[in-house]
Write a protein that binds this ligand. Sequence first.
Ligand SMILES: [Zn+2]
Ligand SMILES: [Zn+2]
Length: 270
Amino acid sequence: MQIIDMHTHSAYSGHGEGSIAQIVQRAEEIGLSTLAQTEHLVLPDGMDPLFETSMSMPTMQNYLAELRQLREELHERKSPLELVIGIEADWLDDRARELEQLCAPFEYVLGSVHFLDRRPIDDSRDLSVWDDYGHDGVWRRYFETWLDMVSAAGPITCFAHPDLPKKYGWWPSFDAHDYYLEMAHATARSGRMVEVNTAGLRKIAGEAYPGVELLREFCCAGVDCTVGSDAHSPQDLGFAIEKAYALMREAGYTKVAVARADGDRRYIAL
Ligand SMILES: [Zn+2]
Ligand SMILES: [Zn+2]
């Protein structure tokens, strides 16, 4: 069965390892049919002054140029690998118009919530929001922010890790099912995709994002689903993609959606 990876990072945004050339080389070695490189987008001034979790504007221009060059090379040697030029965009309140501009050069845009009120929820250097909001408070705000992102018009192709707050094993004490239903239906209305992200398997959470209960609701609502490793090094490329496919089958999916460089989608039967 074809293996794809639609969520990957490199050294470009300060906390990953390896060059994109190494990632592309690795993708060819392990036989991926599609690779989307999705580095972290520029953040508003002051949010990441040392560029440890995002790219600066000049770095982003280099990133784009390097990806285009690498794709040219793949075409020249008739590689079967399709490289999609992507980006992972942080959803922040009042950022819809800015995202439209910043994401314009990209073919594939992951929409992610990593910040609540501009405070990180999954950065081990500062987890103070968890103390201030409480576990249930973080979860509720996360779901609500995720719903705001999904309901907004904009350049996002695929919504990433819908239950990211479980990363450190801090689960909500309440039944989140009503949020799951709302998230699934809002995503269906948006016409965009969701991902199964296998990074959760490498974290304390011990399971992919989203878990099967939430993924089942996306499937029932008719939301297309793709998969990504969220690798931050070439070694993690393609990590547990077969497990992601198995999870999708368990949730009721019969096909994996794959974004193409031209904006279309293709499907792989599960
Ligand atoms: Zn992310
Ligand atoms: Zn990511």
